[in-house]
Design a protein around this ligand. Structure first.
Ligand SMILES: *[C@@H]1O[C@H](CO)[C@@H](O)[C@H](O)[C@H]1NC(C)=O
Ligand SMILES: *[C@@H]1O[C@H](CO)[C@@H](O)[C@H](O)[C@H]1NC(C)=O
Ligand SMILES: *[C@@H]1O[C@H](CO)[C@@H](O)[C@H](O)[C@H]1NC(C)=O
Ligand SMILES: *[C@@H]1O[C@H](CO)[C@@H](O)[C@H](O)[C@H]1NC(C)=O
Ligand SMILES: *[C@@H]1O[C@H](CO)[C@@H](O)[C@H](O)[C@H]1NC(C)=O
Ligand SMILES: *[C@@H]1O[C@H](CO)[C@@H](O)[C@H](O)[C@H]1NC(C)=O
Ligand SMILES: *[C@@H]1O[C@H](CO)[C@@H](O)[C@H](O)[C@H]1NC(C)=O
Ligand SMILES: *[C@@H]1O[C@H](CO)[C@@H](O)[C@H](O)[C@H]1NC(C)=O
Ligand SMILES: *[C@@H]1O[C@H](CO)[C@@H](O)[C@H](O)[C@H]1NC(C)=O
Ligand SMILES: *[C@@H]1O[C@H](CO)[C@@H](O)[C@H](O)[C@H]1NC(C)=O
Length: 824
């Protein structure tokens, strides 16, 4: 430091007469004989993405040197130089010394900030603002793209923002650390109380601290994401990266498209948020929040406590544990966590209890055993050491062992990992259950019998009603029978195989539930992943839908239809075995859910076109010509490449060549997707599928559900809202705020909205056919008709008695397929 001081004195003498030297700023660089004054001059990176200069946060009057996004009108600062030392007037100057030091001074000579480069002096130094927002100091002669040539870079000194190219973590060789610190206030960029940094003890995870207290922990990295972090799908706005080797451990992310502007920020309230800039809306949209709910508060339920956001109270002890502290009036104090009901004693036999869908406990005391490859080996290795209290096995990390406390566990509705907690064998053995359990059991047995009686009565009643309905003409059954005669080239799986593949239909493997039963994920012994739809036994509709689906789908082959691998019939059990779709269903991806990052434009467009191709195949190109009758977001599945696949053919009907429209008394479908003539009069045709497709298109573009849509300004549903915006000349306002339609695609974006509106027109004859729709989507400059008024554009027009009461709150029950028996 001493030599620095010595050095600067002559330096300032030399530079005080500012007017003596040239200060024309060369675009994105500053050379030793140049200065950046606080007179509105800035450096702009060559790609014009970033800008550097003096600024005042929220007109505070204090001047700082910072870097912000050039293309974002509301100045959004990503990096600040003199954050601890504001300049109160406009006398600030930024320059570099000939030996390669970056300095900011005020009032001619008062040093405000300097970046003394740790490495040796640089000859011919030059300061340059790169296109990724990194401000670097380097030899003028050396290559700019080589990070090793930088003697100083702003990316090494993060503030509260992480942008692509920056790292959050540690250089294990030099022990240099990169971490984020919140601002103290909106006008004060000096370090606030929250830090977000990589912890390398145990297994790496990122920890948010308030002062020294941990407030949030990311789960362990599973190769794609941190176990506790929001679900990330490919084809989203950004892609996370974790590097973990002997030199580095760090987190970073990259945008999937260079035109996207995104940033991750730790804000002053201690929330870690990933934002994306939407230029059409002129606003920042938050894509994900690291903390999704209160269960993400660190260790909120204490040691051996488990947080479940869907329960009240949220906290509970693991099975076999009791709260350590009990407060008055039966309220539990969770700060003490939980204690074992029966203490572990290693001279007695112990076993493990499995807990599924978990954010695994804090891994700071974890030990990774890389030699234990299989689950059994992992278990054995834990069993040997008495202080091992739990183990987990994950694909990418391997075998994890915990010692001591199990802190910060929560459950997820889906996803998460399995944890095996060590218990005395007596606690696991069901034969030693106490008398209390027996009492509860007998009480529940009585209620169960009552329930059973009620259920049977209901089923019988329903069957009779249904049979009556069937005896009248309901289905074009002759069509079905003609197909039954043909032999099906479809493998029959035996029940044992399916049962083993799904872990005896364990709850952990359940991936969905529909009107006709549950869907389980399974893995065949050959390693192939499957989805098993187990039709509920008590569903009177089961057999008919089963046959229908098997017969239809076995004959269909198209890349946009889900593929049936086989079926399984075991006593009165019926199961369908499909290929497994890793990206689950479309509704989980498009509707605003905090734990899912939104899809980018190209993916959404490809999904729309894919669905259209699938429906066209059903309507026109397949041997059978099929009306699906239940097209909806939850029936569109996505494979690993995000290709949409239409599923659930339980309601599908074949129709003859000239047979165009059918009439049914049993209207089945899903509210929000049913065409008016179908819901009201029971008329279905290819055009009622087109209506449902139109609803899907508008849902995909807006990210909102048609049913349950709420807008403060009016009572319309999504279709009505789209129609209103269309007539007002602002159709693009319909788009999801997090959806960036690139300029080059804005015409096609608009066209998609128009196609959606054409499909949902009131009159079936006005709606285009699927082949027309594909022409409209695919061709260069198609001529599109002006859409007319959509059907069902207010919720009230739906023939649904409780629609007014369901409008405000999103219902899940209306997602399942419903049957309306027409009273005529
Ligand atoms: C400033 O420095 C640059 C490079 O060091 C040199 O090319 C330029 O001529 C200098 N300008 C003046 C006025 O000295
Ligand atoms: C700022 O000052 C520099 C050097 O004195 C001058 O070249 C430049 O034109 C000024 N810019 C503005 C916007 O006044
Ligand atoms: C600027 O510096 C001069 C002397 O170097 C001093 O008298 C004056 O008070 C300073 N002004 C401010 C605003 O610091
Ligand atoms: C340069 O900055 C360091 C801290 O980064 C500080 O300790 C040192 O005093 C500064 N040098 C001068 C001349 O102000
Ligand atoms: C800069 O270049 C000089 C020679 O031109 C070299 O000695 C020095 O090591 C270089 N410094 C860096 C940081 O590249
Ligand atoms: C940290 O936690 C302790 C105990 O809960 C609390 O007293 C203290 O205020 C907390 N510190 C901060 C900075 O929140
Ligand atoms: C932090 O972000 C949350 C969520 O966007 C917001 O509600 C809160 O007001 C922000 N805090 C500050 C201080 O800006
Ligand atoms: C563990 O069990 C053994 C055998 O029953 C018993 O002798 C021993 O006292 C127990 N130890 C503890 C700490 O309870
Ligand atoms: C790791 O697991 C193996 C068995 O797979 C075991 O032999 C070994 O002792 C374990 N290592 C540690 C450190 O627990
Ligand atoms: C059990 O594991 C812990 C942590 O790895 C270790 O310190 C201890 O020595 C082990 N005990 C035995 C008996 O292997």
């Amino acid at each position: 430091m001493k030599c620095n001081t010595l050095f600067y004195i002559p330096f300032f003498f030399f530079f005080i007469p500012r007017f003596l030297f040239e200060s024309a700023i060369g675009g994105d660089t500053i050379a030793p004989n140049q200065t950046l004054l606080d007179n509105g001059t800035t450096l702009v990176s060559q790609n014009r993405n970033f800008e550097l200069g003096f600024f005042s946060p929220w007109n505070s009057g204090n001047r700082f040197v910072g870097i912000w996004f050039k293309k974002v009108p509301q100045q959004t600062v990503v990096w600040v130089a003199n954050k601890n030392n504001p300049i109160t007037d406009s006398s600030g100057v930024l320059t570099i010394t000939s030996s390669g030091n970056i300095i900011i001074f005020k009032n001619q000579s008062d040093m405000v900030w300097n970046a003394s480069s740790p490495s040796s002096a640089v000859s011919n130094p030059i300061l340059k603002l790169l296109g990724n927002g990194n401000l670097v100091l380097k030899n003028d002669t050396s290559d700019y793209d080589n990070p090793d040539g930088y003697s100083w870079q702003s990316f090494d000194y993060p503030c509260d923002t992480l942008i692509p190219g920056m790292k959050l973590g540690r250089n294990l060789r030099t022990n240099q650390e990169w971490y984020l610190t919140s601002w103290k206030g909106i006008q004060d960029p000096s370090p606030g109380e929250f830090t977000y940094r990589m912890r390398t003890e145990g297994l790496p995870s990122i920890i948010l601290r308030q002062g020294s207290n941990i407030t949030f922990r990311s789960g362990p990295w599973d190769g794609v994401r941190f176990g506790g972090a929001p679900v990330l799908h490919q084809n989203t706005v950004f892609r996370p990266i974790l590097v973990y080797n002997s030199d580095y451990v760090y987190y970073a992310f990259e945008n999937t498209d260079v035109s996207i502007i995104s940033r991750m920020v730790v804000n002053q309230s201690g929330l870690v948020i990933h934002f994306m800039w939407n230029p059409n809306r002129n606003q920042w949209v938050d894509i994900t929040k690291m903390q999704s709910d209160r269960c993400d508060d660190y260790a909120i339920c204490g040691n051996f406590g488990l947080c479940d956001i869907d329960k009240s109270p949220r906290c509970a002890c693991l099975n076999g544990f009791t709260p350590r502290l009990r407060q008055d009036w039966g309220r539990f104090d969770w700060s003490g966590g939980c204690l074992r009901r029966v203490p572990l004693n290693c001279s007695m036999p112990t076993g493990f209890r499995k807990i599924s869908n978990l954010k695994v406990p804090d891994t700071s005391t974890c030990i990774v055993n890389r030699t234990a490859v299989s689950v059994e080996e992992c278990r054995e290795a834990c069993l040997i050491n008495c202080s091992c209290v739990a183990y987990a096995r994950t694909e990418l990390i391997g075998c994890l062992h915990w010692f001591g406390e199990l802190l910060d566990m929560r459950t997820y509705a889906q996803g998460g990992q399995d944890l095996f907690v060590r218990m005395p064998l007596s606690e696991l053995d069901s034969s030693t259950k106490s008398k209390k359990v027996a009492v509860i059991a007998s009480v529940s047995a009585v209620s169960f019998l009552l329930l059973l009686a009620l259920t049977i009565w209901l089923i019988i009643r329903r069957r009779t009603a249904k049979n009556k309905a069937d005896q009248k003409h309901d289905y074009p059954s002759e069509v079905d029978q003609s197909i039954v005669g043909e032999d099906l080239d479809l493998p029959l799986f035996d029940f044992v195989t399916i049962s083993a593949a799904t872990d005896v239909f364990s709850l952990a493997n359940k991936i969905g539930e529909g009107g006709f039963g549950r869907v389980y994920k399974g893995v065949l012994s050959i390693g192939k992943e499957i989805a098993v739809k187990r039709l509920s036994k008590d569903s009177g509709q089961g057999l008919r839908e089963f046959k229908n689906e098997v017969i239809l789908i076995a004959k269909l082959q198209h890349r946009n239809l889900v593929r049936l691998l086989g079926c399984c019939i075991h006593r009165d059990e019926r199961m369908l075995v499909y290929e497994y779709m890793p990206n689950k269903s479309l509704d989980l991806l498009i509707f605003n859910q905090t734990e899912v990052t939104p899809l980018i434009w190209q993916t959404r467009f490809d999904i729309i076109v894919g669905i259209a191709r699938g429906i066209l195949y059903l309507h026109r190109d397949s041997r059978l010509r099929i009306i699906h009758r239940d097209l909806k977001a939850s029936n569109i599945l996505l494979d690993g490449e995000m290709n949409p696949k239409i599923s659930d053919f339980g309601l599908a009907r074949t129709f003859g060549g000239d047979q165009y429209q059918e009439n049914t008394k049993r209207v089945m479908g899903t509210y929000g997707y049913m065409a008016p003539e179908y819901a009201v009069d029971g008329l279905f045709s290819v055009k009622s599928d087109v209506f449902s497709f139109g609803v899907l298109v508008l849902e995909i573009l807006s990210g909102k559900k048609n049913r349950g849509f709420y807008h403060p300004d009016h009572d319309l549903n999504l279709l009505g809202h789209a129609w209103k915006l269309w007539n007002e000349g602002n159709p693009m306002d319909l788009l999801d705020a997090s959806l960036l339609v690139p300029k080059s695609a804005s015409e096609i974006g608009l066209r998609c909205i128009q196609v959606g509106l054409l499909c949902v027109q009131q009159r079936a004859e006005d709606r285009p056919t699927m082949s027309n729709i594909l022409l409209m989507l695919d061709s260069e400059n198609p001529v599109l008709a002006q859409p007319k008024q959509p059907g069902f554009y207010t919720e009230r027009t739906v023939t649904d008695t409780d629609s007014s009461s369901t409008r405000k709150k999103p219902l899940t029950s209306n997602e399942i397929t419903v049957t309306l028996l027409q009273g005529r």
